[in-house]
Ligand binder design. Structure first.
Ligand code: NAD
Length: 252
């Protein structure tokens, strides 16, 4: 048993019973769900991106404006990495559950990697955007057409200088309103919320787990380490996403 798990009664069998009895299930995933696909998390002590970079340099508008090439290249590096990895057993288990039990599970993710969708999940609520999407940094003028952007890093409009940026939500930026609203609605209505592979440090995403608990749902956390949301949980399942989710979500 993990040290943090000892503070809570954690029993996968009990969580499975909650799951089978739940009318609706909401799942919030974070970078940890993709770790076993070979995608670095942000906060891993050795391999996490924030062990190598400062968030304010790489994941803010100010950082991009200060060093657009450096930031663009980092996102390009992450895109290249994602092109070479596959969804893991956790992504697949979630997608299969959705396919076998349509309408019962809403999947909310902080991830920008598209691995849930590649595993076959549908209706994924992507709170922090899509790393493969592109948009203009400043409000586009008539001269700004993504297809015509000068191929550089970052691509830019050769008439007004507007730069193309990745379609992710950076620190300090608002989440897509309709997506967040849909996530809040699903969380308020769920009977069970699974919180998988997130440090629970980034808001408003982490607040969804608190909202679920306040609205009366049971909350189970799946994470091999302690998280900032542990106080919200009714159960802590200490393990990796790919080792816990397939058995938890398997048909009865
Ligand atoms: P985080 O890096 O802050 O935390 C990762 C969490 O995953 C930690 O709690 C860690 O203990 C846990 N974890 C590590 N390996 C795991 C495994 N195999 N199974 C289950 N859990 C595991 O990530 P976060 O909380 O998602 O938050 C931060 C932000 O990072 C989000 O905004 C997200 O957009 C972004 N991000 C996304 C990706 C991606 O799309 N794959 C990758 C890195 C960061």
């Amino acid at each position: 048993m993990c040290a943090h798990e000892q503070r809570f009664p954690a029993d996968a069998g009990e969580v499975r019973q909650w799951l089978q009895g739940a009318g609706h299930i909401a799942v919030l995933t974070g970078a940890g769900v993709s770790a076993e696909s070979g995608v670095p998390t942000f906060r891993g002590a050795q391999t996490g991106y924030w062990a190598q970079f400062r968030p304010e340099d790489m994941a803010t508008e100010e950082g991009f404006r200060a060093h657009p090439r450096r930031v663009w290249d980092w996102y390009q590096h992450r895109r290249d990495l994602l092109a070479g990895v596959q969804p893991n057993a956790a992504h697949v288990a979630l997608a299969q559950f959705q396919q076998q039990q349509p309408g019962r599970l809403t999947l909310i993710t902080q991830n920008v990697d598209g691995l849930h969708q590649r595993a076959g999940s549908t209706g994924v609520l992507c709170l922090h955007g899509d790393i493969f999407a592109e948009r203009w940094l400043d409000t586009p003028r008539n001269c700004c057409h993504i297809d015509h952007a000068v191929a550089d890093h970052p691509p830019y409009c050769d008439r007004c200088g507007n730069m193309v940026r990745p379609g992710v939500v950076w620190f300090g930026e608002a989440l897509p309103y309709a997506t967040l609203e849909a996530a809040q609605k699903a969380v308020r209505a769920c009977d069970l919320m699974l919180v998988v592979g997130t440090a629970g440090a980034v808001y408003p995403a982490a607040g969804l787990a608190r909202l679920a608990r306040e609205a009366g749902a049971r909350v189970a956390i799946i994470n091999p380490a302690a998280s900032a949301l542990d106080d919200v949980a009714h159960a802590l399942l200490c393990g990796t996403a790919a080792s816990v989710l397939p058995a938890l979500l398997a048909p009865p």
